[in-house]
Design a binder for this molecule. Structure first.
Ligand code: UD1
Length: 422
């Protein structure tokens, strides 16, 4: 199994190109099931999660090919499709559940394995299934699979009030509603940029969608959707992660393609911590205002709040801040597994329920640590870059799910980092 070796120390300087968003691409790919015409996604990231979605879509009868440039996904779903998403693929990645809405919209039936829990929490699917039920689907759980059938063979529009602004449920219902009979309104919809990106792509395919990016999305169902070519929005979580590197290590990084509007709350918090972000014609430049980072408090929230997917990386940086920081995790119940690993590097962190209190220390010290999930993995790499000595991060297969060419990108700005196979 591969590990990553990081030697902490020097400042980081240079440019880092930001890839297309994993989470946007994983929602855009199942949209191919909604049409018999080709869907082409440009600026797709090269990640193992994208391979898993490719495998799933192929198992359903879609053609999916990564073009030679390594960034263009050509998909087509013109022949008969299989409506059963098997556990063996779905269990690898929760976002596999995003085929449920499109399958049900196209075929009127779907059998999709429940993805199961994951390290960061239970992650049920009730918001997805309650919404589809209101749209006229009969859904029952048998043998670990959701068996869904649209009454009369076609979903119908409905007014759906989400109890929580779930990203995945908003995407699933939005896709399902594009081909439903009548109008669907989603109240308390998620507002993440990845949802706006999906709505933009669906509109290119002929869908009638209004209000994406706000809490109320209205979808007027149509009889058929066509093909489209769509560029995947940049990955704001990869962007935020690399913006934190100079905060920890010093130096100045320009994140190519970076946009502040994708990370407003995060940028406000960086400013509070003493980190300057400036817009350039190529993206965003980031550097520390002084040698010291100030302690700050953060609470994770749905967009436009502070993203849960940047909480672990921010915690790593705050380990050496001046003062005590309080981090409240409001999205997932078990998302502090990086804390004990950071403690092994000398951090002072107390976790009580959904709150972590971080008391800044002068320096972290390199240590062997273990990655437990995707964002935890990168937080340990950031910590290693800012620590004294050598840090070995094991179980890095999590990283391959969400960070394209992470070792190359960090080496290019002067980091001492390498991947080793044992
Ligand atoms: C997406 C992102 C993930 C990010 C998360 C929150 C993708 C592929 N993944 O995950 O990186 O961390 O948004 O920004 O886009 N919930 C329920 N019932 C449901 C659905 C969700 O209780 O039916 C709960 C979840 O357990 C969790 C919270 O709602 O506690 C947020 O989940 P949700 O917004 O759905 O996240 P995902 O779409 O799974």
């Amino acid at each position: 199994m591969d590990s990553i070796l990081v030697r902490g120390g020097g400042p980081l300087n240079g440019q880092i190109p930001i890839a297309g968003a994993k989470n946007a691409c994983l929602a855009l790919m199942p949209a191919t099931l909604l049409s018999e015409e080709p869907l082409t996604l440009t600026n797709a990231p090269r990640l193992s999660d994208i391979k898993t979605m490719t495998e799933l879509l192929r198992s359903l009868g879609s053609e999916v090919a990564m073009m030679q440039d390594g960034k263009t996904l050509a998909m087509s779903c013109h022949s008969e499709i299989n409506t059963r998403a098997e556990y063996d693929i779905v269990r690898k990645m929760r976002a596999s559940n995003l085929v449920l809405g499109p399958l049900l919209a196209r075929e009127g039936v779907a059998e999709v394995s429940l993805p199961g829990g994951c390290a960061i929490g239970a992650r049920p699917m009730d918001i997805h299934t309650d919404g589809l039920t209101l749209m006229g689907a009969d859904i029952e759980l048998r043998d670990g699979y959701l068996h869904a059938k649209a009454q009369g063979g076609r979903l119908k529009g409905a007014v759906i009030d989400f109890p929580f602004a779930s990203v995945g449920a908003t995407e699933n219902i939005m896709m399902a509603a594009t081909l439903a009979k009548g109008t669907t309104v989603i109240n308390n919809a998620a507002r993440e940029p990845e949802i706006v990106d999906l709505a933009d792509c669906l509109r290119k395919m002929g869908a009638q969608i209004d209000g994406d990016g706000t809490s109320t999305i209205t979808i007027q169902g149509v009889d058929r959707l066509g093909g489209a070519t769509h560029p995947v929005v940049i990955d704001r979580i990869e962007l935020g992660t690399y913006m934190l590197a100079p905060a920890f290590c010093g130096g100045e990084i320009e994140c190519l393609g970076g946009r502040m509007d994708l990370l407003t709350s995060f940028c406000v918090k960086l400013d509070e911590a003493g980190i300057d972000v400036t817009e350039t014609d190529k993206g965003l430049k980031v550097k520390r205002r002084t040698d010291e980072i100030k302690a700050i408090n953060i609470t994770t929230e749905p967009f436009p709040g502070f993203p849960t997917d940047l909480q672990a990386q921010m915690m790593a940086v705050l380990c050496t801040a001046n003062g005590t920081s309080v981090l409240e995790e409001k999205i997932f119940e078990n998302r502090f597994m990086h804390a004990p690993e950071l403690v092994r590097m000398g951090a002072k962190i107390d976790v009580a329920g959904g709150t972590a209190t971080v008391t800044g220390v002068n320096k972290l010290k390199g240590a062997p640590v273990m990655a437990t999930d995707l964002r935890a993995s990168i937080s340990l790499i950031l910590a290693g870059l800012g620590a004294e000595g050598e840090t070995k991060v094991s179980r890095v297969y999590h990283l391959d799910r969400g960070y394209e060419k992470v070792v190359c990108k960090l080496q290019a700005v002067g980091a001492q980092i390498e991947r080793i196979s044992e």
